[in-house]
Design a protein around this ligand. Structure first.
Ligand SMILES: NC(=O)c1ccc[n+]([C@@H]2O[C@H](COP(=O)([O-])OP(=O)(O)OC[C@H]3O[C@@H](n4cnc5c(N)ncnc54)[C@H](OP(=O)(O)O)[C@@H]3O)[C@@H](O)[C@H]2O)c1
Length: 333
């Protein structure tokens, strides 16, 4: 009896020390990790993936094409032979990007100033594009806005400004172009850039989560409805990729980035070129059988956050040996 009691108390104290070590270590890792050493296994290949000329004689329209991921996608499509049209609010930014890309690729990049929140502005933008290049073969809905905010501090204006750009803007662009393409019996590939939390929802970015979920519903619905007009609709959900636009409003102190890298199984952030290669493939003739697809490109972040027991990756081999003993020693239910 005495032996049993002392064995039980020994196991209890071991349990306590495992808890202490495990949670202490997990706190240290979360606050201290820079980039996972495993990132060496997953170097980013940033060269253009598709064969040269894959977009020759094609026109690509990219909203928010002047900066960040939009700029990367425009660069790749232009390198592959497309004539690109980029649209957003800041004309000077668009012009600078267009000049830099076309001097690098030798292919024309046109700019059109457009606030996607305004359906009339979108209609005028499409008029302008029709006279510059004709209707596009590839449409990428990439423009977005976002900021972190506790929802109890969110004003109707904050809600409206994000949902107007992301959901309404994408709908205005897609419906305006879709109707004109249908009228002229021209097929096209539509792509939307959403986010991994469009599926799960996320606190602190509620307008963005709600609007991105709406964009995904819009695209999946039109994939079903407009295949008969030659239109494909697909979605990319990027994980975290450092761009000035995204990180300045989502991680103003830089502290969140370390925590993100700590939980990404591939141990690093994504690169704009990785999204650009996927976007080019999904918009290309190599993907004409792809419609209604949602592709997550996030280094494994989503599944890493989802699995209830995933935190056990922080348990060391010695701790596992102790845990195994405890588990084997458990009798009854
Ligand atoms: N970077 C990431 O980690 C990440 C992760 C998941 C998803 N995404 C998504 O990827 C896309 C690109 O983001 P990013 O990181 O490249 O950020 P970004 O550089 O800030 O890109 C946003 C673009 O949207 C344009 N835009 C904003 N409001 C607009 C409006 N009312 N009308 C027209 N254009 C407007 C901006 O141009 P103007 O200011 O000139 O209008 C800008 O070029 C977004 O859809 C974002 O949600 C990014």
């Amino acid at each position: 009896m005495a032996a049993l009691v002392s064995r039980a108390s020994l196991l209890r104290s071991k349990k306590l020390s495992i808890h202490k070590v495990w949670f202490h270590q997990s706190a240290v890792l979360q606050s201290g990790s820079q980039s996972g050493s495993q990132s060496g296994f997953f170097p980013a290949a940033e060269g253009v993936m598709l064969p040269t000329g894959s977009f020759s004689n094609r026109v690509a329209f990219i909203t928010g094409g002047g900066t960040g991921l939009g700029r990367a996608m425009t660069t790749t499509l232009s390198q592959l032979g497309a004539q690109c049209v980029i649209a957003s609010r800041k004309l000077d930014v668009l012009q600078k990007t267009a000049y830099e890309i076309s001097s690098q690729t030798g292919n024309k990049v046109h700019v059109v100033q457009c606030d996607v929140r305004d359906p009339q502005a979108v209609s005028r933008c499409v008029d302008q594009m029709e006279s510059l290049t004709g209707l596009p073969d590839v449409i990428i809905n990439n423009a977005a806005g976002n900021f972190v905010c506790p929802s109890e501090r969110l004003s109707p204006n904050g809600w409206k400004s994000i949902t107007d750009i992301v959901l309404n803007g994408t709908a205005y662009v897609t419906l305006e172009l879709g109707k004109r393409l249908i009228q002229s019996q021209k097929g096209a590939s539509f792509l939307a850039i959403t986010t991994i939390y469009a599926e799960s929802g996320s606190g602190f970015v509620v307008p963005s989560a709600s609007a991105k979920a709406g964009v995904e519903a819009l695209f999946k619905s039109l994939a079903a409805e407009w295949g008969r007009y030659g239109h494909r609709f697909n979605i990319i959900q990027p994980g975290p990729i450092r761009t000035k636009g995204a990180f300045s409003r989502l991680d103003p102190t830089g502290a969140f980035e370390k925590a993100m890298i700590g939980r990404i199984p591939t141990g690093r952030l994504g690169k704009p070129a990785e999204i650009a290669n996927l976007a080019a493939y999904m918009s290309s003739d190599y993907a004409t059988w792809m419609s209604g697809a949602v592709i997550r490109l996030d280094g494994g972040e989503y599944v890493s956050m989802a699995g209830e027991f995933n935190e056990l990756r922080r348990v060391t081999p010695d701790q596992w040996t102790m845990m195994e003993k405890l588990i084997r020693g458990t009798k009854g239910s």
